[in-house]
Design a protein around this ligand. Structure first.
Ligand SMILES: *Cc1c(COP(=O)(O)O)cnc(C)c1O
Ligand SMILES: [Zn+2]
Length: 421
C-alpha cells in the first residue's frame, strides 16, 4: 500500500502565484486566474520510482502521488491503464514507421477518457464532504459522473445541451442520475452551472472541483510514457474541447522528466478540433493569443463543441511551447477518419477520434510529422455513443434465406474472383 502522505500541499493561482488551501476553489480572488494543484515534488521524488510504479495495480492510480487525492481511493480504482496499441496497419497505410493509439475508447467504466478526470474529482469531492456530484457536459463527462456517482452511492445531477446523441443521453440516464437537457449551447449550460454551483453547494466536477478534475488528465500522459517503455514520443495528437487534456498531457511529460522517470525529451503536442468549432485552432493559425468564441457550434463532433474553451489560452501555450500545431477537421474528414481507424486497426472511435485521425493525416501531408518519427494518437471516446454521425452508412445491406444455395449464389455475384473459395 502507498503511504497516506500528502504529496500535494494545496492550490496556487496559475497567474499570480497566490496560495490557496486545498478546498473546492477554482478562481483567484485577486486576479481571476485559474487555480492549480501544488505538489511537493521533492517528497514525491523520494517516494516514486519506475519499479515502484510497475509493481502496482494496472490503473491510473499507480501514479497516485501525482494525483490530488489525500486518502484511500474509494471510487474508480480500476480507471485507466487503457491499451497503448501499436497501429501497424495504419502506419503502413500512411507510410510511417511508428504510430500508436492510446485507446481510451475502452476506458472503465464509461468508455471515454473522462473516467480519469471524474475518478479524481469524485474521490476529492468525498474528502471535501460533498453529497451531490454534478457537471456541465458535452456528453462523456456526464456519463462518467453518472456512473461513478452511482458506484460511490452518491447523488448526481448532470447538465447537457438537449440535442446530444442518443447514446450519450442513455449512458447517463441508465445510472439513475438526474439528466437535465438545456435548450442552448454548451457554453450556456456551463454558465448556468456556475450559478447553480454558487447557489446549491454541489460539487461540480468541472467547475468548483476543476483544479482536481483537470489533474486526472495527466494520467493519460503518464501511461503513454510508461507504456512506450519510459519514453516520450516525438508527436502526440490530442483532441481539444475545453483545452484541458492537451495541457495536462504536456504537464505529465514534464513531471516525469522532472522526477527522472523519463529522459528529458520534448514531444511536439498537436491540438485537434472540428472545423466548425475550432476557436483554439483558429487562434493558433492566426498567430494570435486572442481566442474568438464560436457562438453557435455546428458540427457532428458534439463532444468537442465548446465555443468558448476555458483553457484555450493554456492550450495555445502548450501547442506553441512544444513546437506542435493546431489542426481542424471537417465533418466529412472526421467520418473518413473514424472509418479508416476501424478498417485498419479494429478500433471504433467516436467523432473526436475521427478528428484526431484526420488531423494526423494533415500533419503528415504537411511534413510536420516525418515518416521516421513516433506518433501517438489520443483516442478519447467510443464510437457506439455517436452512431448518429455514421447515419445511413453502415446499414445491413445483405440478407438471404437460411439456405446454402442462396449463399452460393450470393458469393458468386459478390465475389466472382473466387477469393473466398
Ligand atoms: C472532453 C473530451 C475531450 C477533450 O477534453 P478537454 O479536456 O475539455 O479539452 C476529448 N475527447 C473527448 C471524447 C471528450 O469527451
Ligand atoms: Zn491570481
Amino acid at each position: 500500500m502507498v503511504e497516506q502522505r500528502r504529496f500535494f500541499s494545496g492550490l496556487k493561482c496559475r497567474e499570480c502565484g497566490r496560495p490557496y488551501p486545498g478546498k473546492a476553489l477554482y478562481v483567484c480572488e485577486y486576479c481571476f486566474g485559474p487555480l492549480e494543484v501544488e505538489y511537493d515534488y521533492a517528497l514525491i521524488g523520494d517516494s516514486l520510482s519506475r519499479e515502484k510504479i510497475e509493481a502496482r495495480r494496472k490503473s491510473m492510480w499507480r501514479y497516485r502521488e501525482l494525483l490530488p487525492v489525500a486518502g484511500d481511493i474509494s471510487v474508480g480504482a480500476d480507471v485507466g491503464f487503457t491499451p497503448l496499441v501499436r497501429a501497424k496497419r495504419l502506419a503502413a497505410e500512411w507510410g510511417v514507421r511508428e504510430v500508436w493509439l492510446k485507446n481510451d475508447s475502452v476506458n472503465f467504466p464509461t468508455l471515454s477518457f473522462k473516467d480519469r478526470v471524474v475518478s479524481v474529482a469524485v474521490n476529492r469531492a468525498r474528502e471535501l464532504g460533498f453529497k451531490v456530484i454534478s457537471c456541465a457536459s458535452t456528453g462523456n463527462l456526464a456519463n462518467s459522473v453518472a456512473a461513478q456517482s452511482a458506484s460511490a452511492g452518491m447523488q448526481s445531477f448532470v447538465f447537457i445541451p438537449h440535442d446530444l446523441e442518443d447514446g450519450k443521453i442513455l449512458c447517463s440516464s441508465i445510472y439513475g442520475t438526474k439528466v437535465v437537457g438545456i435548450r442552448g449551447t454548451y457554453d450556456q449550460v456551463n454558465r448556468l452551472c456556475a450559478e447553480i454551483a454558487g447557489r446549491y453547494g454541489w460539487g461540480f466536477v468541472n467547475i468548483n472541483l476543476r483544479p482536481y478534475y483537470a489533474e486526472g488528465s495527466k494520467s493519460m500522459g503518464f501511461e503513454i510514457a510508461e507504456q512506450l517503455g519510459w519514453r516520450i514520443p516525438d508527436h502526440v495528437v490530442v483532441p481539444m474541447a475545453g483545452g484541458s487534456l492537451i495541457t495536462k498531457v504536456d504537464k505529465a511529460f514534464d513531471e516525469f522528466a522532472k522526477l527522472g522517470l523519463v529522459p528529458h525529451k520534448t514531444a511536439k503536442i498537436h491540438g485537434a478540433q472540428a472545423q466548425n468549432c475550432a476557436p483554439i485552432v483558429n487562434a493558433f493559425r492566426a498567430g494570435s493569443d486572442v481566442v474568438r468564441p464560436i457562438a453557435e457550434p455546428n458540427t457532428i463532433v458534439k463532444s468537442l463543441a465548446i465555443g468558448n474553451p476555458a483553457d484555450a489560452h493554456y492550450a495555445l501555450q502548450t501547442i506553441s511551447g512544444s513546437g506542435g500545431s493546431g489542426v481542424a477537421a471537417s465533418d466529412a474528414e472526421t467520418i473518413a477518419g473514424i472509418e479508416l481507424l476501424a478498417r485498419t486497426e479494429g478500433v471504433f472511435a467516436e467523432t473526436a477520434g475521427g478528428v484526431v485521425v484526420a488531423a494526423a493525416i494533415k500533419l503528415l501531408a504537411s511534413g510536420q510529422v516525418k515518416p521516421d518519427e513516433s506518433l501517438v494518437l489520443c483516442i478519447t471516446g467510443n464510437g457506439l455513443k455517436t452512431k448518429e454521425a455514421l447515419h445511413g452508412r453502415h446499414e445491413l445491406k445483405t440478407t438471404i434465406k437460411p439456405s446454402l444455395a442462396e449463399f452460393e449464389s450470393l458469393i458468386e455475384t459478390e465475389s466472382p474472383t473466387k477469393e473466398w473459395k
